[in-house]
Design a protein around this ligand. Structure first.
Ligand code: SF4
Ligand code: FES
Length: 377
């Protein structure tokens, strides 16, 4: 048999003047991800590990300047790159297109019509894709004159709080519930301006893999109740760790047991799945690295884990502010100042301040001023 005939024909696609060969069926977004860098359109609803995701938010719009080698006419409208497959000879413009940048600014303006600008008090700040998008494409003002949609915060189960006012209706969490948990009990109710995420008649979300909904939420609409208001993410140190875990997904897939621990000192404040440069959970041996609720919510002690080392943050993020790979420790000046003598009295901050002796990760909820009040003598 002729080997050449067996070889798959690849499609040539040019994105922002960079040409790449990709397999037929690849979307423009995934072709751009293969190139990487600024050429890659942002994606607020597409999530490569969730079947059916994409096509909801329009942040990934691109211009198709030439449809294919056979028919090089441009496509009249901008297209959603997460839902449009490449054709051989296609020419795509992302950041090189004024139309795209203008449309993206418009999409951000729409997303922010109802989304509050409460980043200073939002747990997602520092790792929020909408925050990044707003910095890059947002306007300083709004033209919106109507009353914004607001919702009461809702406890949807023991571990997750829903802040619907922040939701951008990307549907990712519903796909997680459908594809990872035994029984989906939440969804998007109503349509249009009334659409909202909710559980069916106050049901609680407590399925074993439900915590992954927090990881896929691109904004601060679903937050981890064991971490809420405990710390700002850029003050924590992300560390890669793993443990043997045999919890299984309904389809037989196992919890990968590979996580990022978000530590402050020795305290483990939060456990999440490990993320890749697109903000999605990393894959291991071709399978997405989802983690179970036991690993995420119950294993909050360093002794529960085998520590591998500092996490490499591969995407642009404020978390890199706290980066400590190649850390240079400040010079210890005490022996020099003391001429080699040991100090007579060295005060330990814990002896004089109760604030520093509170184990924040062990609190059942967020720390408040009461937490630090001195106990009556
Ligand atoms: S709660 Fe988060 S993940 Fe779910 S639809 Fe809203 S924005 Fe998307
Ligand atoms: S990422 Fe393509 S429409 Fe949302």
């Amino acid at each position: 048999m002729n080997c050449m005939a067996e070889e798959k024909k690849l499609f040539k696609v040019t994105i922002d003047n960079i040409t790449i060969d990709v397999e037929p069926g690849t979307t423009i977004l995934n072709a751009a991800r293969q190139i990487g860098g600024d050429v890659t359109p942002p994606a607020m609803c597409y999530y490569s590990k969730l079947q059916g995701s994409g096509g909801k938010c329009r942040t990934c719009l691109v211009e198709v300047a030439a449809g294919s080698a056979a028919d090089p006419r441009p496509m009249p409208k901008l297209v959603a790159s997460c839902r449009t497959s490449v054709i051989d000879g296609m020419v795509v413009k992302n950041i090189t297109s004024e139309r795209v940048l203008d449309a993206r600014a418009g999409v951000v303006e729409f997303l922010l019509l109802n989304h509050p600008l409460d980043c200073p008090i939002c747990d997602q700040a520092g790792e929020c894709h909408l925050q990044d998008l707003s910095y890059e494409h947002g306007k300083e003002g709004t033209r919106y004159e109507f009353k914004r949609r607001t919702f009461e915060k809702e406890d949807i189960g023991p571990y997750i709080q829903l802040h619907m006012t922040r939701c951008i209706l990307c549907y990712r969490c519903t796909y997680v519930a459908d594809q990872l948990t035994n029984n989906r009990v939440h969804g998007i109710l109503d349509r249009g301006d009334h659409a909202e995420i909710s559980t069916y008649i106050s049901k609680a979300i407590d399925n074993d893999f439900s915590g992954n909904m927090i990881d896929v939420c691109p904004v601060g609409a679903l937050t981890d109740k064991t971490f809420r208001f405990k710390n700002r993410v850029w003050f924590t140190k992300p560390v890669d760790a793993h443990r043997d875990c045999d919890t299984r997904l309904p389809d037989g897939q196992e919890c990968c047991g590979k996580v990022t621990l978000w530590q402050r000192g020795d305290e483990v404040l939060r456990v999440t799945a490990r993320k890749d440069q697109w903000g999605e959970v990393q894959s291991y041996e071709g399978k997405p690295g989802w983690i179970c609720n036991t690993c995420r919510f119950d294993k909050k002690h360093v002794n529960d884990w085998v520590i591998e080392g500092p996490t490499k943050i591969s995407r642009h993020s404020v978390i890199s502010q706290g980066h400590y790979v190649g850390l240079q420790k400040p010079k210890e000046t005490m022996p020099e100042v003391m001429g080699g003598r040991a100090p007579k009295l060295l005060m330990d901050i814990h002896d004089i301040s109760e604030v520093n002796s509170v184990d924040i990760s062990a609190l059942p909820g967020p720390a408040t001023s009461k937490t630090f009040e001195k106990k009556e003598q």
